[in-house]
Design a protein around this ligand. Structure first.
Ligand SMILES: [Zn+2]
Length: 90
């Protein structure tokens, strides 16, 4: 009984540790005041300085255009293929 309780507790502690480790991964240092802030914030809660959120990258318009062209080309190719399949399998 006691053993089981201990196992349960250590499991809970392990979970807590994992949760903390996960939270630490989302901590960034504010370049304005040097305090620890969450990396998804756009404004420091301490000094109200502007922050660049992690994982945020401005979309490159040239790249976006290229991706759009490729997607359109693939869509048109798939449409033509479907039409051909429908026409020639009749
Ligand atoms: Zn700050």
């Amino acid at each position: 009984m006691k053993e089981g309780e201990n196992r349960k507790k250590s499991k809970k502690e392990l979970r807590e540790e994992r949760r903390k480790a996960r939270a630490e991964r989302h901590i960034a240092v504010c370049p304005h005041c040097g305090k620890n802030v969450l990396d998804h914030l756009t404004e420091c809660p301490y000094c109200k300085g502007a922050l660049v959120p992690a994982g945020y990258r401005p979309v490159d318009p040239a790249k976006y255009k290229k991706i759009k062209i490729v997607c359109t080309a693939v869509g048109v190719a798939v449409s033509i293929a479907l039409i051909l399949i429908i026409v020639f399998t009749r």
